[in-house]
Design a protein around this ligand. Sequence first.
Ligand code: R5P
Length: 249
Amino acid sequence: MQNEDIVIVQTTSPPQNENLVQLFLMVDNARDLKARSITVVVPYFAYTRQDKRFRPGETFSAKTVMRLLETCGVQKIIIVNSHNPEILRSFRIHVDNVSAISLLAEHFIKEGLDGAFSLSLGKKAQGVAAEANHTLKGGYGYVQTRRDRLTGKVTVKKKSLLVRNKDVIIFDDIISSGGTMIKAIGLVKEQGAQRVYAACVHPLLVGDAKDKIMESGADGIVGTDCVPSPVSLVSVAPLIAKALTERGA
Ligand code: R5P
């Protein structure tokens, strides 16, 4: 390992604590063994959704995990659809944030959903629907969602969308409890959408989230293998290979 450029691939999906500790151990070991450079590929990077202290006294966990990687000597991280890449970029580690949205959209094309409307959640994520629309070409938009910091309850702001009699694919970076997706499904169903699919990069699907989403009227849920799950039908391997070959370790 001495004087070699080392790439360590480790997603940190559940069991996230075990996977994170393994990642820190591998990285620190590579540094001890005098690797020339250390790149980590962490398709799903646990704890980085908490990108600020939402309430006084809370942890700022995105900062904590980045600091630990920095301390262990990582020079570069490749991550897929980071929740907030700008926060990660405030460290010395070079962040390469790649997007799996086109791969998800291509999956739906193979399933016969070309021309479906692409919807993303939150104003900051409106580019996600536009990205999917390059492939699906059925129009796109976004709706604003909000989570109550105390109760965790999600609400969606009413908005008219051009979804009547159209198939709709709702894209999000993460599905965790499913609460956000369920609200969005309700909104497009109310407005006369035909088939409705939930698509996400990181299908955490905690507890009975999958069943709850299907019961809310979804026709299917599709995720990537950043987080292994029964709905991880899309592989991000080509994206990672491209990032490594085009931009190097
Ligand atoms: C939030 O900002 C994210 O983009 C997702 O919308 C959120 O993580 C989904 O969480 P849940 O499935 O628990 O509603």
